[in-house]
Structures are given as C-alpha cells and as structure tokens.
Design a protein around this ligand. Structure first.
Ligand code: MV4
Length: 514
C-alpha cells in the first residue's frame, strides 16, 4: 500500500478521499488555491500544498503544479477525485511520466471513452446494446439524412467529443436536418474544438441508469449494480438512488454483464461508470462511460456495503479486487441529494458567502458527506455543492422518510441552500411512486407553475431559464454580495473587477459542473 497520496481536488470529495486514506493507514496530502486556504480538506490532511490563485485555471487545473506538490509532499500516487483533471488523459500520462501512480484507469482507457464514437465502437465490439445510429462521424448532410431514414425520425445529433448534454440536437423530420446538422457542427466546434457529430435514434422519456464497475489490473471486473440518476436539472444530477425502483435482479444482471463486457473491451481497470438510457419498455442502451469516481458513489456504497474509494486506491496500488461478483449483494435502498449553496427560489442562483451556522443531520441510516464547516466562506469560484446527504432504509419508503427527517434537522445559516427544494420533491406523489425519467424535473416545475400561475419569480419559473438568465442572476447576486461584503450600498459594487470575476464564476458554474 502507498505511504502517502496527494489528493488533487477540493471540497467534499477531497474530504471523502482523505477518510479513505485514513481507513487504509495512508497519509493524505492536500492541495489548495488561495480561496481554499482555510477549507475543510486542508485542515483534515497531514500536509497541504498551495497551487496558486483562486481560479481553477491557475490552481486545480495546472498539471505541473500538482505534480510538483506531489513530489514535494513525498506522495507516491495522486487521486484526481472528480471534475478538474479526473478525465484528462494528458494528466494521467504526466503523472505516470513523473514516476507517480494515477489513481484511476490508464490514459488509453480515458482517451478511448472520452470520444463518444469510439466508446460506442467499444460497446459494439463487446456485443452490448447501443442506441441505434452510427458509430462513425457524419461526413455530410446527405449521410445524416440517409442514416436518419434508416433508424427513423426523430433522431438526435450529438457531438463526438461531447458529453453531459452539450452539443445535442433533436431532429424531428427530414426537413429540419439541414439546419440542425450545420448548427450541431457549429456548436460542437465552439464547445469542444471538434466539429464531429454522429447520429442516434431519439429515445423518448428515457431513464438515466448507470452501472458502477470496478476492475483490477489482472483482468478481474465486477459490477456493483445500478444507480437511478434520472432526476436532473439542466443536465446536473440532483437526486440519485440505488437501486432503481423499476429494476429487478434479472435486468440488473443483464445490464451489469453488458457493463463488465464493455469495460473488458476497453482493457479497463479502476472504478468506472457506464451510463445507459432505459426506455419505457425497459430496453437499455449504452450511452457513455465515465472514467472516474463519481459524485453519487455513496448510494452504491450504502446499498452494497463496499467502500468504493478504498477499493479504487487498493487497485491502483496493484492489489486484487477484494470482492467477487457472487459476493456482491444489494440490501435496502439508498437515496442521495446534492445540497447546494443555491437559492431554489431565485432560479438556483449561487448563494456563496459565510456559513454563519451549520448543524448537520445524523442518526439511523444517515450519511452526510460534507466539505464545509461553520464559519467558513463558500467561495464563488467553484461548484457550490456543500454536501451530499444520503439516507439508507430497508425499503425505498423508509429511505425517503429518513432523508426527510435528516433534511428537517439540517440547519445552514447565512446562505441559501437547496434543502427546501428537496423537501418538496420528496413529498411529490410522482417521485414517491417512482415515476421518474429525465423529464421529471421539468414536469415538477410545470405542475407547480400550474398550481401557482402568478408566481413568476419563484423556483416555478426556473426550469426554463437560459444560461444567460442564470449568469445575469449570478451577477446580480454578486453585486449584492460584494456590496455587502464591502459594507457599501448593495446596488453599487465597490470593486468593478469583482463583478467580472463573478460573471466568470457564473459561467464556470454553468459550464463546468459535474
Ligand atoms: C439521449 C436522449 C434521448 N435519446 N440520447 C443527455 C446527456 C447525455 N449524456 C445524453 N443525453 C440524452 N441523450 C438519445 N438517443 C436524451 C438525453 C437526455 C438526458 C439523458 C440523461 C439524463 C438527462 C437527460 C435530459 C435530457 C436529455
């Protein structure tokens, strides 16, 4: 086992990895930016190394500084967490070139799965179902038309370099193809610097179901079942569950085997997640693979009893998987909600600032993976998730009940959080019946709009707000915040630079959230 690991991340996931290190008897080393000097992960680690100024482009994303910090700390390995450099093949290569171990898959696996088209090819090779369409990039509009006719409208154009919902377009009919094709290419070029697009049959009202896998360096690969991640807002997950309420052992086994075979086709080791769409007939189709530890891993840990982060570190150290497929069992039901420093009544506008008061919930079946403490200032520069609150119960109903109890205990003062939003979703009849698909949140807000049509300014209006509206809202909040912070009139930002940094931060929050 390693003697020391450098954790190239921040917030709750850095804290989670520090805890795994402690449980393994490994010394955790932290990194931080100027905005995170007093952050919880810095306090909990054995040593902490400054990377640079607050913007992640000058700190958490600077490969050389992170490798330098690892060298100085005496670490033998680097854990990238999620986001930042976690799925950056060049980073994985640079870590290995420095004689250190990257706690994740090989750079080749990251690259293969980073391209959606080569990931589809790998899945095809493995004999796993993929959404009908092409694996190759579309050469021109004529080719797009021909394939669309074969798979049948509606279809989706997607960016080969894309992911996370960016660069996607639904095309309902042949007439729409010409403009959709050129728009999709332009969007892909602008977002990813690569204008390759491919085509898929459009699946209506799908569920987003993902399978967790773990593989060692000796070809052993297991799956740990599914997570239900359909409840998303603007392609950001907000609630995740394990197991999915619609699932059963037979479908879990079939999806799990497909996931393991895809991972095998990619010579994959470490933790990984295979995303699938599941249609209303319970057909499943491979979508893409995430080659990292995921935000929502705790629901799998609570339903299986497996410590995924510990397993990931053991695998990187060259150990064999500690679990065999036949040993993995699912017990009860786990649900997670991502508690954000955002105001659900103001279009989920970021609500950073001082946590004046904090009381975190606990008790039977509750786990709170947090990255903050009372008195700390939530910075404006990064994703403002403050904790992941997870409940386990013998049944889904019990898990929901415990999560409500825990949300009721949760006290966060000084900033707004998404806690009230979760309380109303957990009371929603559709949610309680498990009637969830990727359109759930839009329907949830639509129903509330209908119930209260006069309320333009509440969360009811927020599901359809554009990125520009979100950014505008963030800037307004920033001006208010900097005004207050400087003790001046709230409507006049004392520091004109502050507003533009906010604008940047607003864009980052929109574009970079994982
Ligand atoms: C789809 C789809 C329907 N049909 N592909 C969105 C994120 C990206 N990873 C894939 N996404 C989708 N791909 C086909 N062929 C619908 C979505 C989709 C979605 C998927 C998962 C979770 C939320 C979603 C919200 C809207 C659309």
């Amino acid at each position: 086992m390693f003697h020391r690991i450098l954790i190239a991340n921040r917030g709750e996931i850095a804290v989670r990895i520090i805890r795994a290190c402690r449980d393994l008897g490994v010394s955790p080393a932290a990194v931080y930016s100027d905005a995170d000097r007093d952050a919880l992960h810095v306090r909990l680690a054995d040593s902490a190394w400054r990377l640079g100024p607050a913007p992640s482009s000058e700190s958490y994303l600077v490969i050389d500084r992170i490798i330098d910090a690892a060298r100085r700390s005496g670490a033998e390995a680097i854990h990238p967490g999620y986001g930042f450099l976690a799925e950056n093949a060049a980073f994985a290569r640079a870590v290995e070139a420095a004689g250190l171990i990257f706690i994740g898959p090989s750079a080749e696996s990251i690259e293969l799965m980073g391209s959606k088209t080569s990931a589809r090819e790998a899945a095809q090779r493995a004999g796993a179902p993929i959404v009908p369409g092409t694996a190759q990039r579309l050469e021109d509009e004529a080719m797009a038309q021909e394939i669309a006719l074969q798979v049948g409208f509606p279809v989706m154009l997607k960016a080969a370099a894309g992911g996370g919902g960016k660069g996607m377009r639904v095309v309902a009919s042949a007439e729409e193809m010409a403009s959709a094709f050129s728009l999709a290419k332009a969007e892909a070029q602008a977002a990813f610097g690569d204008d390759s697009v491919y085509i898929e049959k459009f699946i209506e009202r799908p569920r987003h179901i993902e399978i967790q896998i773990a593989g060692d360096r000796y070809g052993n690969i297991v799956h740990l079942g599914e997570r239900e991640c359909s409840i998303q807002r603007r392609h950001q997950k907000v609630i995740e569950e394990c197991p999915a309420s619609f699932n059963d052992a037979a479908l879990r086994a079939r999806m799990g085997e497909a996931a393991v075979e895809i991972a095998r086709a990619a010579n994959y080791y470490s933790l990984g997640t295979l995303e699938f769409l599941v249609d209303i007939h319970r057909n499943f189709y491979f979508l893409e693979m995430n080659t990292r530890l995921q935000v929502e891993h705790p629901v799998t840990e609570m339903a299986t009893g497996v410590d995924l982060v510990r397993e990931q570190i053991r695998i990187a150290a060259g150990e064999r998987l500690s679990i065999r497929q036949e040993d993995i069992e699912w017990r009860g039901s786990a649900i997670e909600c991502r508690v954000y420093a955002e105001d659900p009544e103001q279009n989920f506008m970021p609500s950073p600032g001082r946590i004046a008061r904090l009381r975190t919930p606990s008790g039977p079946g509750i786990r709170d993976d947090g990255g903050v403490y009372e008195g700390w200032d939530v910075p404006i520069y990064y994703d403002p998730m403050i904790s992941k609150l997870v409940a386990w119960g013998a049944t889904r109903e019990e898990a929901i009940g415990r999560l409500k109890r825990a949300l009721g205990e949760y006290e966060v003062g000084g900033i707004r959080t998404t806690i009230p939003f979760f309380l109303s979703v957990l009371d929603d009849e559709e949610f309680r019946r498990g009637e969830i698909d990727t359109g759930y949140i839009a329907r949830f807000f639509e129903r509330r709009r209908n119930a209260d049509p006069g309320n333009e300014n509440s969360a009811t209006a927020s599901a359809t707000a554009s990125d520009e509206e979100r950014i505008a809202a963030a800037i307004a909040a920033a001006m208010d915040y900097t005004g207050r912070a400087n003790g001046s009139r709230p409507e006049a930002p004392a520091n004109p630079q502050a507003a533009s940094r906010w604008k940047q931060a607003g864009r980052m929050a929109v574009l970079n959230r994982r």
